[in-house]
Design a protein around this ligand. Structure first.
Ligand SMILES: [Zn+2]
Length: 157
């Protein structure tokens, strides 16, 4: 079976929160931070992805209203966003608000949670300063009215 994401027109895809659901099982939210057509210029460097991975997981799992519903938070291999897997459906506006809180967590952080050789597979691969700059930019997009999108552009045959 072809993965559903291969039917999405990535040339028209913008930063946003997109849901792919298997009702009653798993609700996969695509937290797209960079438009794929801009990934050559704006793709997130691996070190920043890693810093975001630690900080997003920490912030969402500790303070999001859906914290106990989180199955997984992890990076997209294409370095344009993250996957958020939940065990129930959550309003995208609620997720956007939790993201803004996570961005504020990154902006205010003076250390990266669990970035040490005992708790991480590659703790030197981090860039908090660049992560702060990205968080600041994304914060504006995911605020109410900031322009983040919620419906996928589907490929036309
Ligand atoms: Zn790590």
């Amino acid at each position: 079976m072809t993965p559903v994401s291969f039917s999405i027109d990535h040339t028209r895809l913008n930063p946003g929160i997109y849901l792919q659901a298997e009702p009653g099982k798993v609700y996969t939210y695509y937290l797209r931070f960079v438009a794929p057509r801009r990934s050559q210029k704006e793709g997130i460097p691996q070190a920043v992805m890693h810093t975001f991975e630690h900080c997003l997981a920490t912030s969402l799992r500790s303070s999001a209203p859906f914290a106990e519903n989180i199955l997984y938070v992890g990076p997209m291999g294409c370095c344009t966003g993250f996957y958020l897997l939940l065990n129930r459906e959550v309003d995208k506006a609620v997720i956007a608000a939790a993201l803004v809180e996570a961005f504020d967590f990154i902006i205010a952080a003076d250390a990266i949670p669990a970035a040490n050789p005992r708790q991480c597979g590659n703790y030197l691969l981090n860039d908090l300063e660049a992560a702060r700059a990205l968080a600041l930019r994304l914060r504006g997009i995911f605020l109410p009215g900031g322009g983040y999108e919620t419906e996928y552009p589907v490929l036309e045959e």
